[in-house]
Design a protein around this ligand. Structure first.
Ligand SMILES: Nc1nc2c(ncn2[C@@H]2O[C@H](COP(=O)(O)OP(=O)(O)OP(=O)(O)O)[C@@H](O)[C@H]2O)c(=O)[nH]1
Ligand SMILES: [Mg+2]
Ligand SMILES: [Zn+2]
Length: 371
């Protein structure tokens, strides 16, 4: 993501400069000798908004953006300036705002610039690239450094297929994953952790009567985003972590019927400047159409190395024989359930659903309750 931006920068810079020249007289900006390799492109906005204040987008709701101004320690409502064009502004974006930044009732500032993002967590509505849904990419959050995959140990039961998808998305976006297992008062984590035994995947356990210190330690000093099915307890955690968060908490008996308690993503500051946590609405699925086939395998770090033993152009489906991933599993080097999970995602990408009509065995590989 970042390197892509770097590659395109020189081109953008030239175009902007040409456009600037044709629109106005030369000024001192043009004659000032610039270093040949500026790290930032010049934008049209910059000269006009020298007074812009840096801010951090903490909530988005129907075209209104809540922006936190760290220097002033206050939140202001803002709209997008027209000059942003079609670029989306999402929670986690670092922006520049101008206009009324008092934050008083009825005031509205304008977002005039979005800073380059260090990471972008995206999900697609579908797995298959050539469907309308597959092309609908939704950026969940920008600049996140950690993806907290929240899974209940019971009620609703954990779905490793869903967790595996989140892991693929995290590794693809270069965001560190953390497995956060809630409702540890209702069931033990052994079975689930056994499935991830070969992975270097950090985890924390949470229960209502236990301390949250391990989670707080993992969140400290960075921007983390929580994802998980509806009813797993994301907002409950946020309310405990951030005492005045007042996030709505749902009733599990109504979950799975298309009802989600939280309706939009919100970033909240952890006490004592310990970092930021983003609570997101429960998702039913985590489509991966935006992830390349190569990245899909990198989402399975326990399997990926064995692909060096594959015959040239191996598609890893196991149908043509000789796949290094089969050899790894046969030699006891990886859990066959992990390979099955990878191949299920591979098949779904190709437009096949290998589990369609088959209910058994889906607990370990299923992801979408109610779908
Ligand atoms: N027993 C038990 N119940 C919990 C725990 N954490 C949350 N709950 C309950 O689970 C239900 C759902 O919790 P929420 O925090 O609303 O779940 P959510 O993940 O934010 O759900 P959405 O906003 O719909 O995505 C509530 O009734 C909580 O009281 C836990 O650790 N143990
Ligand atoms: Mg919630
Ligand atoms: Zn292979």
């Amino acid at each position: 993501m970042v390197s892509d931006g770097d590659r395109r920068r020189p081109v953008l810079r030239c175009q902007w400069r040409r456009r600037l020249r044709s629109k106005r007289e030369y000024d001192e900006d043009d004659v000032r000798v610039r270093p040949a390799r500026s790290s930032r492109p010049r934008t049209r906005q910059r000269p006009r908004h020298d007074d812009a204040a840096p801010a951090f987008v903490i909530a988005v709701d129907r075209g209104r953006y809540t922006c936190y101004l760290a220097d002033e320690d206050r939140a202001v409502a803002a709209m997008r300036a027209r000059e942003l064009g079609r670029r989306a502004v999402v929670v986690g974006d670092r922006v520049q705002v101008v206009g009324d930044i008092t934050g008083s009732a009825g005031s509205l500032a304008r977002i005039v610039r979005i800073s380059d993002r260090t990471s972008v967590l995206t999900r697609t509505a579908d797995d298959v690239e050539d469907t309308v849904e597959g092309r609908q990419e939704r950026v969940i959050v920008a600049n996140a450094e950690q993806l907290v995959i929240v899974s209940a140990l019971a009620d609703p039961p954990p779905r490793t297929g869903f967790i595996d998808r989140c892991l693929v998305a995290a590794y693809d976006a270069e965001i560190e994953p953390l497995l956060c297992l809630t409702k540890a008062d209702l069931a033990g984590p052994e079975q689930l952790l056994d499935y991830y035994a070969e992975l270097d995947l950090p985890h924390v356990l949470c229960r209502p009567d236990g301390p949250l210190d391990p989670l707080l330690d993992a969140l400290r000093g960075r921007l983390s985003v929580m994802v998980g099915h509806s009813g797993v307890g994301k907002s409950t955690l946020v309310n405990r972590l951030v005492p005045d968060a007042l996030r709505a908490v749902g009733d599990v008996s109504k979950v799975g019927k298309g009802r989600h308690t939280s309706s939009s993503a919100v970033a909240l500051p952890l006490p004592d400047d310990a970092g930021w946590i983003v609570d997101t609405p429960g998702v039913r699925s985590f489509g991966l159409a935006h992830v390349t086939e190569d990245s899909l395998l990198h989402g399975f770090p326990d399997l990926v190395e064995a692909s060096t033993k594959c015959p040239p152009n191996c598609d890893h489906t196991g149908t043509s024989g000789g796949c290094g991933l089969d050899q790894l599993v046969a030699a006891g080097g990886a859990d066959p359930r992990r390979l099955a999970s990878y191949r299920r995602l591979l098949a779904l990408r190709a437009g096949d659903d290998p589990t369609r009509g088959a209910e058994e065995g889906t607990r370990a590989g299923d992801d979408d309750p109610g779908e």
